[in-house]
Design a protein around this ligand. Structure first.
Ligand SMILES: C[S@@+](CC[C@H](N)C(=O)[O-])C[C@H]1O[C@@H](n2cnc3c(N)ncnc32)[C@H](O)[C@@H]1O
Length: 274
């Protein structure tokens, strides 16, 4: 798996439409189909063992894989607030806390619920030196279930989902988004960043790793889906949200030492519960 936000030698950050592929890149995508889709038996196993595979990921990598996300208040100014008192943030698929701890270090007036279905990830969040039950509550939870509001209530101000929905089977996107909807207060918002169509990592999957349209399995059994802007908007509006914004983030990472020029494509959206 690729670290989604690894600092490269140089970054050019632009926001615009679908990244157009060169002929060579198109060929890479066609080549992925040469061995067809992963069979049903294996696909069902991956679904059954999704939590186990992520837990093994954290057994192997511990807290070393993802970097702390320091861009979040720049991109999601809603996190900063404007003196309205303590607000509630629910970070779903929190991993080891790379999204939440930078926010707490910035002393934002937030109470944070953080959940993940990997028990090891939750343990890492809890063993962080800044873990303080008066500010943060971490717990195990699979967001494809339907009762997240029984854990956090129905008046959460902000939900963040950062590179998480892409790890879920597309058949379950609808259930996940409805599950989130039920936890928010009216006026509450979901902040999302995830993998976008034609991301460099999408082109790199070898034949034999395709599970479906824009859906792949990595060697470690974790899965990755690459979203279009239209479908993510549709997904959230169908669940009752209003789209505040949704766009691609194109990031060119230039590694001068290795001469590698890679295009990362993310999708970023803000969805309001009316
Ligand atoms: C790429 S990591 C992102 C972690 C974190 N959001 C961050 O920004 O660093 C994806 C996380 O989603 C979690 N995840 C995937 N599917 C999940 C599910 N169905 N329920 C809860 N967590 C899930 C994984 O265990 C993993 O920790």
């Amino acid at each position: 798996m690729e670290e989604a936000d690894a600092p490269p030698d140089q970054l050019i950050n632009v926001h615009h439409d679908v990244l157009q592929l060169t002929d060579k890149e198109q060929q890479l995508l066609h080549h992925q189909d040469s061995r067809g889709l992963v069979g049903n038996f294996q696909q069902e196993k991956l679904e059954r063992e999704a939590g186990k595979n992520w837990d093994k990921f954290y057994k192997r990598n511990e807290t070393r894989f993802f970097k702390d996300r320091h861009w979040t208040t720049r991109e999601f100014q809603e996190l900063i607030g404007c003196g309205e008192g303590t607000r509630t943030l629910l970070e779903v698929g929190c991993g080891v806390g790379n999204f939440i701890y930078p926010l707490l270090e910035d002393d934002l007036d937030l109470f944070v619920y953080a959940c993940d279905f990997s028990p090891r990830a939750v343990e890492f969040v809890k063993s962080h030196p800044k873990y303080d039950e008066s500010k943060i509550r971490a717990f195990e939870y699979d967001i494809t279930k339907d009762d997240l509001n029984s854990k956090v209530g129905d008046a959460v101000d902000i939900i963040s989902t950062i590179f998480v929905l892409s790890a879920v089977h597309p058949d379950k996107f609808k259930d996940v988004v409805s599950n989130l909807y039920r936890c928010l207060r009216p006026g509450g918002m979901v902040l999302l960043r995830d993998y976008g169509l034609n991301d460099m990592a999408m082109l790199r999957f070898a034949p034999g790793s395709k599970l479906g349209e824009r859906f792949y399995v990595r060697q470690d059994g974790t899965r990755a889906y690459y979203f279009t802007r239209e479908e993510i908007s549709q997904l959230f509006t169908n669940a009752g949200f209003e789209v505040s914004s949704v766009h691609y983030v194109h990031r060119q990472t230039v590694n001068k030492k290795e001469g590698v020029n890679a295009q990362r494509v993310f999708i970023q959206g803000k969805f309001l519960k009316p």
